[in-house]
Design a protein around this ligand. Structure first.
Ligand code: SF4
Length: 235
């Protein structure tokens, strides 16, 4: 299933963070460029995502000692100590991919040739937008877990910790993400469109210390399907 996310704003402070802003004085011109970059990104971005939930089929260690978490009905295996820790006790795993689409990619390439500052600003806006899309997709997994009486931790992406980038092709295949979302991989395992995110979310029978602690400040807040029902993902 492919979801489209209606995102009409992004957190400006996040854009500034991706720009490396640390309280320096900003010129009116730069302020305007940021507003323009964010506006352009929101207007041409098409945030979409897809996700599936797989049962945990087993866990253990490979011959070389690498821990693994095996999932049912897919060849996707989650490798490494980070996954061993993140999925400790998980009974299922939500697997997700999101992208903001090729129009953003084309704009980035065009700006790289014509407007270096514009490219840097637009890149930060696009990163903020794709992370917003990931929040929305994560909210869908949290909600689906809640419907099954399960509690979620938080999304964790290949390349973080010791989760290998070689997870990417199998993960994208498990979601049919090339066909569904148009996400391809380069030889070096980078996603195209570059403003795409893949991740896994653990689903547990008990509340986890890392279960979204409070609705106030929750990244999934705007997209949450549980909160409007008067419940929370903590049960
Ligand atoms: S908004 Fe509240 S109920 Fe929804 S995911 Fe966040 S913490 Fe859970």
């Amino acid at each position: 299933m492919v979801e489209s996310y209606a995102i009409d704003s992004v957190d400006r402070s996040e854009v500034l963070r991706y720009l490396g802003y640390a309280g320096q004085e900003m010129t009116a011109e730069l302020e305007e460029r940021i507003d323009d970059g964010v506006g352009r990104c929101l207007s041409i971005g098409a945030p979409r995502g897809t996700w599936r939930i797989f049962e945990v089929a087993g866990r253990g260690a490979k011959g070389d000692g690498t821990p693994f978490v095996r999932l049912a009905d897919t060849s996707l295996e989650l490798l490494g100590s980070s996954m061993q820790e993140h999925m400790d006790g998980a009974v299922a795993v939500g697997v997700m991919a999101v992208t903001v689409g090729m129009a953003v990619e084309r704009e980035l390439r065009c700006l790289s040739l014509t407007d270096r500052v514009g490219q840097v600003v637009f890149d930060a806006a696009a990163t903020t937008l794709v992370e917003r899309a990931a929040d929305a997709c994560e909210a869908s997994i949290v909600s689906a877990g809640h419907e099954r009486g399960l509690f979620s931790n938080f999304r964790f992406s290949p390349g973080y910790g010791d989760m290998p980038m070689t997870t990417q092709p199998v993960l994208l295949q498990a979601l049919d993400a090339q066909r569904q979302l148009g996400i391809a991989l380069t030889d070096t395992l980078l996603m195209v469109p570059t403003k795409s995110v893949t991740a896994v979310v653990g689903l547990f029978e008990a509340v986890q210390p890392s279960t979204h602690a409070s609705c106030a400040g929750c990244a999934c807040f705007d997209f949450c399907k549980i909160r409007p029902t008067g419940h929370t993902c903590r049960g």
